[in-house]
Design a protein around this ligand. Structure first.
Ligand code: PGA
Length: 254
């Protein structure tokens, strides 16, 4: 595949895996994926498994991501985790504004933008999630929603920070439902998002930012999705929980 942007495929484990289960999974992935150089491979375990997974993947091509962090640097925020704490475990990426957090924790675009800035200040690369619901798509509001989310969640980033930011386009109706966006729907949304980056930042930034697709990505649809000109990787939920399916997604994408 001939793209100027390197593919980045991340596994979002969500609230799954004990430490022992997490280690089983990454041990398998290390073996299956040891020769892959064409893709940035990221695993995002729950906080409780970061320490052990970090040690287990030290000598591998797997990179570590977290699923969330606080917008604050320190202080009285019970239950929260800072970017610097993540860095202690050699975390390099952090998923921000996943639709589940937007829905269940009421995370706003404004909050996500603060988190993205805090991530960059600690040299963590944010994976900022955007995407419309089924009702919004059916009401022909997809572009309007993406416009608001992209501008709002990335507000205040410099061009240099934006280039180091990953966007995950995840249509909410495709997450965990088995319904994947068609390749045309995915490509159309990705191209639209890239266009927005051109306006909010500049054309060079827009050309360089990697945009992942997320929502029921599996071994059987990965190749077609990844072959779209503006699709630069995937954020994988359910299919990232097993060695074989996550490894196959990556191999099928090359
Ligand atoms: P899914 O989840 O692959 O299980 O649809 C994707 C995500 O929520 O990141």
């Amino acid at each position: 595949m001939n793209k100027t942007r390197k593919l980045i495929i991340a596994g979002n484990w969500k609230m799954n895996k004990t430490v022992a289960e997490a280690l089983d999974l990454v041990r398998g992935l290390k073996i299956e994926l040891s020769t892959v150089k064409e893709v940035d491979i990221v695993v995002c375990p729950p906080f409780t498994a970061l320490g052990e997974v970090s040690k287990a993947i030290l000598d591998s091509n797997l990179r570590l991501g977290a699923q969330n962090m606080s917008e604050h640097n320190v202080g009285a925020y019970t239950g929260e985790i800072t970017a610097v704490m993540l860095k202690e475990f050699s975390v390099r990426y952090v998923i921000l504004g996943h639709s589940e957090r937007r829905q269940y924790q009421r995370e706003s675009n404004e909050l996500i933008a603060k988190k993205a800035l805090a991530a960059h200040n600690a040299a963590l690369k944010p994976i900022v999630c955007v995407g419309e619901t089924l009702a919004e798509r059916e009401a022909n509001r997809t572009q309007e929603i993406l416009d608001t989310q992209v501008r709002g969640s990335l507000a205040g980033l410099t061009n240099d920070q934006m280039v180091e930011t990953i966007i995950a386009y995840e249509p909410v109706w495709a997450i965990g439902t088995g319904k994947t966006a068609t390749t045309e729907q995915a490509q159309e949304a990705h191209a639209f998002i890239r266009g927005l980056l051109g306006k909010s930042f500049d054309e060079t930034v827009a050309r360089r930012v990697r945009i992942q697709y997320g929502g029921s990505v599996k071994p059987s649809n990965a190749r077609e999705l990844m072959s779209q000109p503006d699709v630069d990787g995937a954020l994988v939920g359910g299919a990232s929980l097993e060695t074989r399916s996550f490894a196959e997604i990556i191999k099928n994408s090359i």
